[in-house]
Ligand binder design. Structure first.
Ligand code: 5AD
Ligand code: SF4
Length: 474
């Protein structure tokens, strides 16, 4: 998955996934398409694993499919619209093959629940993010002529024991989920409603999954959670120890446990929350060279009043203090962010505060969005979505322009340097080139040598755009 310098909305692009092993003509075929965040892509690997045990094989060819599942996103209106359009495309297939099962997984399933079955006559099955173990039963129910739904959210499901089927064919970089759900209640956000309460996964299962990945040739893991900084094992939300006989683990300690799997394994994580990111985490990053110096720290707005309306739990000053801590403890650490323009009541001055914050931080990269009101959220209930579409777009363009200039400057600072690059494979654009990322997460393209995928090479950076670097192995 690309998450570098992509300023378009990532949640509207679907990606079909396929297992790497040979197809068995007898097996039932599953076509799985994922939308939205990295967590959804990671969940699709859990889904593939559960259904593989039930005799399914994934296919990239939708015409071969017995079951089509879309793992969906609700974060913005356009993400949902894309899925609705996709469903109407499936209508012809269903008319031709009435046995075909079409199901919706993920956040849209959870948000719309059974309405989805009535509203879109094309859907046979819906399963929310905590209901994937039930998929074999749900598919069977559909086979016996019913519609099937399970949207129960859980307080403890982490799929900890399920070893995900890795759908990314490159076999170098993997996502490992460490927490599920979110307890933050940012006023704009639908996630607490679609993914339920926050819970952490047993650290031993995380470490053994990372060891297994390393032994299978993977060289990079990204620890995933809606808010990784609030990872905690054997500790309550109030900070009390649950069982004094057992060890406790916080995020910094978990990161260390994963970093110790091998110095050859790169460790990344996403997403950090400014209100919870501690100096202990930063110090741990500085201590281990294989924990990549890159932090995604969504700011959303550079104005404290807007942040208050967003219920983010921090001010502009607090955020700047966290940025200063990063720069002090991990000099040269790359920083990226998420920004929303045109949130309820955002004035021109408040928007300018976001621009000025960007100048202070000088982000290496950013995801930027227009505010999209989501049903049932705090903002929908409390505030008016009163910034016009035109002003939202105009403000978005201003922040995009600024970010492109900052990203270019950030990449230009790397010109002439030698970067350690983990080779991910051939460049998409040219089979005479390889590509891979720097520790700071920038994609580098360089002429092929006999260096292998999954190995580390030293690359001298010779050219750049705002999105990528070019160089040569030295
Ligand atoms: N409208 C626009 N952007 C949103 N995000 C979350 N909810 C909304 C919304 N209602 C953005 C935030 C978040 C990222 C994953 O998506 O910037 O960090
Ligand atoms: Fe989309 Fe959020 Fe759900 Fe991820 S958790 S799929 S970003 S709504």
């Amino acid at each position: 998955m690309e998450y570098q310098n992509k300023i378009i909305d990532e949640s509207v692009q679907g990606t079909a996934l396929e297992l790497s092993h040979e197809l068995n003509a007898e097996a039932k075929k599953l076509y799985l398409e994922s939308y939205g965040c990295q967590m959804n892509f990671s969940d699709s690997e859990v889904v593939a694993s559960i259904l593989e045990r039930d005799g399914y094989q994934t296919t990239r060819n939708i015409d071969d499919a017995d079951v089509i599942l879309l793992n969906t996103c609700s974060i913005r209106e356009n993400a949902e619209q894309r899925v609705r359009n996709r469903l109407t495309e499936f209508k012809i297939k269903k008319d031709r093959n009435p046995q075909l099962v079409v199901g919706i997984l993920g956040c849209m399933a959870e948000r719309l629940k059974k309405n989805l079955l009535d509203e879109e006559k094309l859907v046979d099955l819906i399963a929310g993010p905590d209901a994937y173990r039930d998929l074999p039963n749900l598919i069977e129910e559909v086979g016996s002529g019913q519609k099937a739904a399970n949207v129960l959210l859980s307080r403890d499901e982490t799929y900890a024991d399920i070893s995900p089927v890795r759908l990314d064919q490159k076999g170098i970089s993997a996502f490992v989920t460490i927490t599920r759900g979110c307890d933050n209640m940012c006023s704009f956000c639908v996630v607490p409603f679609t993914r339920g309460r926050e819970r952490s996964r047993d650290p031993q299962t995380i470490v053994s999954e990372c060891k297994h990945l390393f032994d299978s040739g993977y060289r990079e893991v990204t620890l995933l959670g809606q808010n990784v900084d609030s990872y905690r094992w054997n500790i309550t939300a109030k900070g009390e120890i649950k069982n004094p006989e057992l060890p406790t683990t916080n995020f910094a300690q978990l990161m260390e446990m994963v970093a110790l799997v091998s110095p050859e394994l790169r460790v990344r994580f996403s997403t950090s929350h400014p209100k919870d990111m501690t100096d202990e985490v930063l110090t741990m990053m500085a201590k281990y060279p294989n924990i990549c110096p890159y932090i995604h720290l969504p700011v959303q707005s550079g104005n404290s009043d807007v942040l208050y309306r967003m219920n983010r739990g921090y001010s502009r000053e607090w955020y700047i203090d966290r940025i200063e801590a990063i720069k002090r403890i991990i000099p040269g650490c790359a920083i990226s962010t998420d920004i929303i323009t045109g949130f309820c009541g955002e004035t021109d001055q408040e928007h300018k505060d976001t621009l000025s914050l960007m100048d202070i931080v000088q982000y290496d990269f950013a995801y930027m969005f227009k505010y999209s009101e989501r049903p049932k959220t705090l903002a929908e209930r409390r505030f008016k979505d009163d910034v016009s579409e035109e002003i939202k777009a105009q403000r978005l363009n201003e922040i995009i322009d600024k970010q492109l200039a900052h990203s270019l400057a950030s990449n230009q600072r790397l010109l002439g340097t030698i970067q350690e690059v983990l080779i991910e494979g051939e460049s998409k654009r040219s089979n005479s080139h390889l590509c891979g990322r720097t520790p700071s997460n920038v994609m580098v393209v360089f002429p092929k040598t006999d260096a292998k995928k999954g190995s580390y090479v030293q690359v001298k950076i010779t050219e750049c755009t705002s999105a990528t670097l070019k160089g040569e192995i030295v």
